[in-house]
Design a protein around this ligand. Structure first.
Ligand code: PLP
Ligand code: SF4
Length: 413
């Protein structure tokens, strides 16, 4: 009798297991079409362009791996682009026209990830000026940063945490940057007095337990300047956590070295970064991630949902799974903002919700970030959650599982 039950349960479990296999196999088929930084195609592309650039600039492998060399040799004019790819006259004119308005700069490293044969190459869309940037529509500062700035270069929208902007420079100017009004004009590190004023504000406000040091890209500051900031912040008793915001893991991974990781570890600095597509997760990026994680630095990803770059459920699943595999925490998926010059990246919220619904159950909980929208008026982030998952009924809740099966849960008195 008992054995019969065990046999029946085993049979039912096997049927269920096969059913789950079908779903997984279908997902795997779709995911296999997403290019990653480790696919053969990417490696060839990278080696090809890299060698062309090294030859053109008469540079060595050591130069390539040197972040200073990468910064000094950024590709920032249309003529530099045409040294490595043949542009049509129209493409040439369009890039020129846009870059007169919004400048661009691409590290040779990031440039070498571009597949110029694919008009929707995610790396290209994020880095090469696009004529649609000149379209009208969208606001300049929908976040109202000016009204969240109580002192120095602070942005404060929350009770116990705030941001200090330490620079407005970045290794690569993302075409989708929401802060392009501040970022895209000229590189400027925040003057020391403004940083010190910001730190004084924090020292005088015991409510602040967490400080985000960001930019631009905070890791464009030299180590000694970073250490000066970390030291002063750590000296404040009520500051419990320091976080740093940087995109170098995807745009300039060579910036991450032993000295920097030890510095971050020393002050227990946690790091937030931005990978938007699996093809940005390259062996170079993983070397940098490994160095950080091996030294005990927490690394979190804050992805931006972008039309044609990653607005596809399998693309996001694959990217998040790659990050999970390499020990990066999938923290946020940001809904893009309606800002002048980046409207061609806009996606409807329903698309983001559909992606989140797909991730539910289909993959590890560690691959499911929180989908958020930055509220207008500087009112903070609003989590966007698929609505249909929970409903109130007369005697309890109706819950919907990841496969859209209905279950019920009673009210508690
Ligand atoms: C996003 C943000 C933070 C950090 O928020 P978390 O949800 O803790 O990551 C802090 N201050 C401002 C102004 C922000 O926009
Ligand atoms: S790294 Fe961040 S701040 Fe810099 S250009 Fe890209 S999105 Fe903007």
């Amino acid at each position: 009798m008992r054995n019969d039950i065990i046999n029946i349960n085993r049979k039912k479990s096997l049927i269920r297991s096969n059913e789950l296999d079908k779903i997984a196999i279908d997902d795997m088929e779709h995911k296999s079409k997403v290019r990653t930084g480790f696919s053969e195609f990417s490696k060839k592309l990278y080696e090809n362009t890299k060698n062309k650039i090294l030859k053109e600039l008469d540079a060595t492998e050591d130069d390539w791996n040197d972040p200073k060399w990468q910064m000094k040799n950024r590709i920032s004019t249309v003529d530099e682009i045409s040294k490595y790819v043949s542009l049509t006259e129209e493409e040439y004119d369009n890039i020129k026209k846009v870059s007169d308005e919004y400048r661009f700069a691409i590290t040779p490293y990031y440039f070498s990830l571009i597949d110029f044969n694919n008009p929707n190459c995610p790396v290209k869309l994020q880095s090469i000026p696009d004529i649609r940037e000149l379209d009208e529509g969208g606001q300049l500062d929908p976040m109202n940063e000016e009204q969240s700035n109580p002192s120095g270069r602070i942005t404060r929208r929350y009770p116990n945490k705030l941001i200090i902007n330490v620079t407005n420079a970045c290794p690569m100017y993302c075409r989708h940057c929401q802060r392009r009004r501040l970022i895209g004009k000229h590189d400027k590190n925040t003057p020391r007095e403004d940083i010190d004023e910001s730190i004084e504000f924090i020292r005088n406000n015991e409510t602040i337990r967490e400080v985000l040091v960001t930019g631009g890209d905070a890791l464009l500051l030299p180590n000694n300047q970073l250490e000066r900031i970390f030291e002063k912040l750590s000296d404040i008793n009520h500051v419990e956590v320091i976080r740093i915001g940087t995109r170098v893991l995807s745009t300039l991974p060579f910036r991450i070295d032993e000295e920097l990781t030890c510095l971050l570890r020393k002050y227990r600095v946690q790091l937030s970064t931005q990978f938007n597509h699996a093809c940005e997760i390259t062996p170079e990026a993983v070397r940098a991630i490994d160095l950080l994680v091996d030294h005990g630095v927490l690394v979190r990803n804050q992805m931006v949902l972008l039309r044609n770059v990653n607005d596809d459920k399998y693309c996001i699943q694959k990217t998040n799974e790659e990050l999970h595999k390499f020990r990066v925490i999938n923290y946020y998926l940001f809904h893009p903002k309606e800002i002048k010059g980046i409207n061609h990246f806009q996606v409807d919220i329903s698309k983001g919700l559909e992606i989140m619904k797909h991730l539910e159950g289909r993959t590890s909980g560690m691959c499911k970030p929180t989908y958020v929208l930055n509220a207008p008026g500087g009112l903070g982030k609003v989590p966007l959650v698929p609505m249909q998952n929970i409903e109130c009924e007369d005697d309890g809740y109706k819950l919907i599982t990841w496969e859209n099966k209905t279950v019920r849960h009673k009210f508690t008195d």
